[in-house]
Design a protein around this ligand. Structure first.
Ligand code: ZN
Length: 362
């Protein structure tokens, strides 16, 4: 009797302890709200401090206003050369759901790798490089007041004879720069900048991708809105060499998204499903040989547009997480699982050949 009372007490104590820990985490960070740049920076430090064995922060550039552009590198230690999955959010300032998604993605990965053997396997082979907010200056500006809420571009000044501010970062990359879907007017939302890579944020991403191009398997850049998964290229006359495979992987991701909350995402190249454009980071990544490169345009389809209500943050992130995971799993398995299977098959085949050859010569 005493024993069972004791064990009930013990269970109660453990449960109380557990729920208080969960309660603490929830109080510490609310993933169902939009957060300021300061809060997101704090959150990044917390992730690094709380998961020192898997999370490292890396500064890889500075913005026009001299803020450190920081990513979280997430992966398990390995003695082998690891491959890289890139994800950036917040290249366009007003698309607040994008940074919210990057944070959700990090939370999910860190919350599941100890219990989910597939996530753990992927973290052994891959490092995730995740930039929660790339256009930090613009993001801060979009938080300033109601008149700046819909700011899209960077915060660098225009050319000498143009007094407007900001360049569209996603038109500033060295990928068919200036060819289609851009404006040379510095007051335009799609002004492509004084020159390719005039923006330090685009330069920072370019340097990182170029220096690591042989190891990057997949490039994901997160935007809103429109519920689309976009493949390279934005220029209607250029086709990626693996376009069919990109389409197949994109369609599988859209199916994974739909299975969560029945939301439809359309898959295709920008000229086919949106509008032609040039100078995007997605196109640059594919152009330098990163095989899988996608843009996600998250919810919605225009009802709320960039001002997606906070009660949609969680469902949007839940479904997009499954979409991203579908792509990452495919890319991982292509390099590791199927590659291993092929090498086993090759070994078996050479054994068969050796046996056959030796029997033939006997
Ligand atoms: Zn965007």
């Amino acid at each position: 009797m005493l024993g069972s009372v004791f064990s009930v007490l013990l269970v109660l104590t453990l449960q109380t302890h557990d729920s208080s820990v969960e309660g603490l985490e929830q109080r510490a960070y609310d993933y169902t709200k939009y957060h300021t740049m300061d809060e997101i920076m704090q959150w990044m430090w917390t992730m690094e401090k709380d998961h020192p064995d898997v999370v490292t922060s890396v500064i890889y550039g500075t913005t026009y206003e001299k803020r450190n552009i920081t990513l979280l590198k997430i992966g398990l230690n390995s003695t082998k050369q690891k491959k890289i999955i890139w994800m950036d959010c917040g290249i366009h300032a007003r698309e607040w759901i994008a940074p919210a998604f990057c944070q959700h993605f990090v939370k999910e990965i860190l919350g599941s790798y100890k219990t989910d053997s597939k996530i753990s396997e992927m973290l052994k082979n891959l490092d995730f490089y995740i930039t929660p907010v790339l256009n930090m200056d613009g993001y801060l500006y979009s938080w300033k007041d109601n008149t700046t809420r819909l700011w899209r571009k960077t915060r660098s000044p225009g050319s000498e004879n143009c007094t407007c501010f900001g360049t569209d970062l996603n038109r500033n990359f060295y990928a068919n720069w200036g060819m289609v879907g851009i404006s040379r007017n510095c007051c335009s939302e799609i002004y492509n900048g004084k020159s390719p890579l005039s923006e330090p944020e685009a330069q920072a991403v370019t340097d990182f991708l170029s220096n690591n191009r042989d190891n990057i398997l997949c490039f994901l850049t997160i935007h809103s809105y429109g519920q689309l998964i976009l493949l390279p290229y934005g220029h209607p006359n250029i086709t990626a060499p693996n376009q069919d495979e990109l389409m197949k992987v994109g369609l599988a991701a859209a199916e994974a998204i739909k299975a969560v909350h029945s939301m439809s995402y359309t898959v295709g190249t920008p000229p086919d499903v949106l509008y032609p454009n040039s100078g995007s980071s997605r196109d640059f990544a594919r152009l330098i040989g990163i095989p899988f490169s996608f843009t996600f345009e998250l919810r919605d389809k225009g009802d709320h547009g960039f001002k997606l209500p906070e009660d949609q943050i969680q469902p949007t992130c839940e479904e997009a997480y499954q979409g991203a995971l579908s792509i990452i799993t495919y890319v991982h398995d292509k390099s590791y699982v199927r590659a291993a299977a092929t090498s086993i098959a090759a070994t078996l085949w050479s054994v068969v050949m050796a046996v056959w050859l030796s029997s033939a010569t006997d």
